[in-house]
Design a protein around this ligand. Structure first.
Ligand code: HEM
Length: 475
């Protein structure tokens, strides 16, 4: 099979390989967060085109940043399975995002039903309440000093996600010694690092190393967090069964994501520990992406004061001097903020998605062999000078209607698309608009960081290295 794969590879360009190692030496000495940047440096459109390959030992990886090829992949029902790279986090996040085949299909059906029937008004209330708590917590930072906003935003998003998917009553932002978001960061870092070091792959070796012991402890903490959510929900459901309304009827409450996971767990005979990996996976999908984007957005608005003023004026036109919560109808009127959000997602979201090729795939003039991994290079696509007039600048006008019209389809894919695309797209837009507008109504955001100083680190998500450093002053 490998030999056939090697013969078929002939129509793909890429760096010169050496026997057995392929292109592995190109990554020698790289840390996990450098890998993405290393691949970007290798991607030379004039030399290899927008579809190219590398070999890591006997594994063929094909990188795709060409809109027409992406359209073929995303419209096909043949390339829906995730690559084995996602197994790296399977000991704490093993659900819809990382799974393939029948397991994914079953979970996706549940997620589609939930997102289709979601109670948006209720979600808007949850988001407004958490945003107000966030703004109260930010008051202590309103002394002109520069600080990293990232953890505040992570915890706010974690709070919202846990309330939406698990109906959690705990206010995560007010919880003392909450380490979940740091634990997740460390867990992802340790997992990616292990992936790169082949000598750490056998469990019996890894478990005896310092990194292995640390990883086990972190996994326990992460899953402990999700198990708490499960326990809390089970307790509150007991209460619902016993709560009889005045007319003797049981209160019918709409099922939330975790309730569906309980049903799924019963059907498949899963333990609470297994269910906890399913929900950690969705928690990560929900909070990490949106919170990295919001932190980056605040940094950009702090750097580009003229854009911040336009966004603020738009919000002011909608809500005036009142401090009422944002309503659903307000959200559709935030066109300028919408362009800012899209420009943020062009710069700073999921850098790539890896899919497994289970049968040979024809991508225009190229045949992609079975068992290779396709990397959908969103970061590269979103910075291609062929499609973006200001590829490396922060330029929300890229998303003026006339400019959107001018670009070919499949050039902007922060949520991917098709049957495996992100189901949280609409929710994330509501989230970002409510949180950012609530902050801007109270605070003016500034920074001393210059655009040329912003470096992005790239693992599963893109985020600002060293955090988004901003200053807040009351409006
Ligand atoms: C800025 C915010 C977000 C971005 C950029 C984003 C992006 C993505 C991307 C690129 C994928 C992978 C798609 C693929 O593999 O083809 C994905 C999957 C997913 N996202 Fe999001 N997402 C965001 C917010 C959310 C939110 C708020 C939720 C809901 C709580 C969510 C839930 C999911 C789920 C469940 C999946 C897995 C879908 C599947 O594999 O079938 N996402 N997201």
């Amino acid at each position: 099979e490998k030999l056939r794969q090697w013969r078929m590879e002939g129509n793909l360009q890429g760096p010169t390989t050496i026997p057995f190692l392929g292109n592995s030496l190109l990554f020698f000495g790289c840390e996990a967060h450098d890998i993405g940047h290393r691949i970007m440096q290798l991607q030379n459109i004039t030399k290899y085109g927008r579809v190219w390959r590398i070999w890591i030992g006997s594994h063929l990886g094909v990188f795709v940043a060409d809109p027409k090829s992406l359209e073929i992949i995303l419209k096909s029902n043949e390339v829906l399975n995730k690559s084995a790279v996602y197994n790296a986090v399977a000991d704490f996040a093993d659900g819809i995002v990382t799974s393939s085949g029948e397991k994914w299909r079953g979970l996706r059906k549940i997620v589609n039903t939930i997102f289709h029937n979601q109670n948006i008004e209720n979600q808007v209330n949850i988001i407004n309440n958490s945003s107000m708590v966030l703004c109260r917590l930010l008051e202590e930072k309103c002394d002109g000093r520069i600080f990293k906003i990232d953890n505040f935003i992570h915890e706010c998003l974690l709070d919202i996600t846990c309330k939406i998917i698990a109906s959690s009553k705990t206010d995560m932002q007010l919880k003392e010694n909450l380490t979940f978001t740091d634990d997740v960061r460390l867990g992802i870092h340790l997992s990616s690092d292990r992936c790169l070091k082949v000598w750490l792959h056998p469990d019996f070796i890894y478990e005896h190393t310092t990194a292995g012991k640390l990883k086990n402890a972190i996994v326990k903490k992460i899953l402990g967090f999700s198990l708490e959510l499960i326990k809390e929900r089970r307790e509150s459901l007991k209460g619902v069964k016993n709560s009889i309304t005045v007319d003797g009827q049981h209160e019918a409450k709409p099922k939330i994501f975790l309730d569906h996971m309980f049903d799924y767990g019963r059907e498949k005979n899963l333990t609470d520990l297994e269910i906890s990996k399913f929900i950690t996976d969705v928690i990560l999908a929900g909070y990490d992406t949106s919170s990295c984007a919001i932190s980056y957005m605040l940094l950009m608005l702090a750097m580009y004061q003229d854009i911040q003023e336009q966004v603020y004026e738009e919000i002011y036109d909608i809500t005036g001097d009142s401090n009422r919560p944002v309503e659903l109808k307000d959200i559709n009127r935030m066109a300028c903020l919408d362009r800012v959000i899209m420009e943020v997602l062009r710069h700073c979201s999921v850098p790539h998605v890896a899919r497994r090729v289970d049968s040979p795939l024809q991508l225009q003039d190229k045949l992609i062999p079975k068992r290779s991994t396709l990397y959908l290079m969103l970061y590269r696509l979103h910075r291609d000078p062929e499609y973006w007039s200001h590829p490396d600048s922060f330029y929300p006008d890229h998303f003026l209607p006339e400019n959107i019209e001018r670009r070919p389809k499949y050039t902007f894919l922060p949520f991917v698309s098709g049957p495996r695309g992100c189901p949280g797209q609409k929710l994330s837009s509501i989230l970002m608009k409510i949180i950012v507008s609530t902050i801007l109504r109270q605070y003016k955001v500034t920074t001393t960081v210059r655009p040329s100083e912003v470096k992005l680190s790239m693992t599963m998500m893109l985020e600002v290295s060293g955090g988004s450093q901003i200053q807040l002053t009351r409006r």
